[in-house]
Design a protein around this ligand. Structure first.
Ligand SMILES: Cc1ncc(COP(=O)(O)O)c(C=O)c1O
Length: 388
């Protein structure tokens, strides 16, 4: 179908051409309830008037100025986004936010080594890919950036690996692409403690988990840890490209003039969208996400977890992983859901991943889970006659 595009993506046989709220419509006019949010991006859905108005207003003023000139909008969004005592560097994507974090960690500490985790995902550019603990993603691209070691996620052995040799440790508090694998809270706290004691900076990649996805602005806030650097992107612009690296004020001198930069980072149109997103990411809104998450996980426990082809259900808030046994292929489940008007995502290890827009109604969240239940039962029967 796409004759002029590199075939880097295995694509589904439908093209969404319009959207409203949490529904997408394809070229044939078929509509879908969207449990993907464009992979965790359109958390406020496809017709948020406030975001649209904010972007329209900015479009009418000015689209771009160089970072050689100050931007009050950047400063405002940084203040809204960053935890107290942190500064922001704006870029255009998650991988760029992690590149910035990688560079800042080396420059600020004068050390070169970084510890990352097997099964983690941090992006596709050289630095971020080198931090990504998935050999399939790295295959064919050697030599990678040197100085990266990998530890096993949720494994106590990882804590002993963190020494003063390391500039930083980078991790996701829920491994997203890796299969929606949450960190064990006590383990993560031990990792954070060991980082602080050994002088390794703790970089938390909130590209997928951040901006309300798990019911708090950042997921790490539910784990009682204090990162030195946070990276985010995806949902920050609700679909306009923007990423940010947030770091503690004490790191500022390592990122002085000329040390790092990007032409488009902090683009005013993307920032107008981010400001509108953050304005709506109120404590009351986050409470609603938590409440929806609770209803969803109750439904998952009742309807999905007991199915014989389901190994486990994991996640937090509205970031959900349904881990399937080898009897069925997640791709077949997604194809069948698509036929029946629902979009869902895969993740590693045969995981069905759900990242619905945070604004999705409770009723549609629940009927989506009911549809998944039926489809999983039907696919299991088709695969091996498993008992319903
Ligand atoms: C945790 C995490 N980090 C980084 C990235 C890379 O972000 P981007 O695709 O915007 O470069 C992703 C993308 O899926 C991600 O999930």
């Amino acid at each position: 179908m796409m004759n002029h595009i590199f075939p880097t993506y295995k694509q589904y046989p439908m093209e969404p051409v319009s959207g409203h709220d949490w529904h997408l419509t394809d070229e044939t006019g078929k509509t879908y309830v969207d449990f993907t949010s464009g992979i965790g991006v359109c958390s406020f859905g496809y017709s948020n008037d406030f975001i649209e108005q904010s972007v329209q207003t900015q479009l009418g003023k000015i689209w771009h100025t160089s970072n050689l000139y100050p931007s009050k909008l950047q400063d405002q969004v940084a203040e809204m986004l960053a935890p107290e005592g942190m500064l922001a560097f704006f870029c255009n994507s998650g991988t760029e936010a992690n590149e910035a974090a990688f560079k800042l960690a080396r420059k600020a500490t004068g050390k070169t080594k970084i510890l990352a985790f097997k099964n983690g995902f941090h992006g596709r550019t050289y630095g971020s890919m080198s931090l990504t603990g998935n050999p399939d993603i790295q295959a064919g691209f050697a030599p990678l950036v040197p100085g990266v070691d990998f530890a096993t996620y949720n494994d106590d052995g990882a804590i002993g690996q963190i020494t003063s040799d390391y500039a930083a440790v980078i991790l996701e508090v829920i491994q997203g692409e890796g299969g929606v694998v949450p960190a064990n809270k006590a383990w993560l706290q031990a990792v954070a403690k060991q980082c602080h004691e050994s002088g390794a900076l703790l970089i938390v990649d909130e590209v997928q988990t951040g901006i309300g996805r798990t019911g708090t602005k950042f997921a790490f806030q539910q784990f009682g840890i204090d990162p030195d650097i946070i990276t985010c992107a995806k949902a920050l612009g609700n679909g306009l490209p923007i990423g940010a690296m947030l770091g503690k004020q004490a790191l500022a001198s390592a990122f002085g003039p000329g040390s790092h930069g990007t032409t488009f980072g902090g683009n005013k149109i993307s920032l107008a969208s981010a400001k509108a997103v953050l304005t709506q990411l109120t404590p009351a809104f986050l409470k609603q996400v938590q409440a929806k998450g609770q209803v969803v996980f109750e439904q998952l426990e009742d309807l999905i977890a007991p199915l014989p082809i389901v190994k486990d259900v994991t996640g937090m808030g509205l970031m959900i992983g349904i881990h399937l046994t080898a009897d069925v292929k997640v791709a077949d489940v997604i194809a069948e859901l698509q036929k029946q008007g629902m979009l869902a995502l895969p993740a590693e290890h045969n995981t069905l991943r759900l990242l619905p827009p945070l604004v999705m109604s409770e009723a549609d969240l629940v009927s989506g889970i009911q549809l998944i239940q039926h489809v999983l039962q039907d696919v299991a029967v088709a695969a091996n006659g498993a008992v319903k």
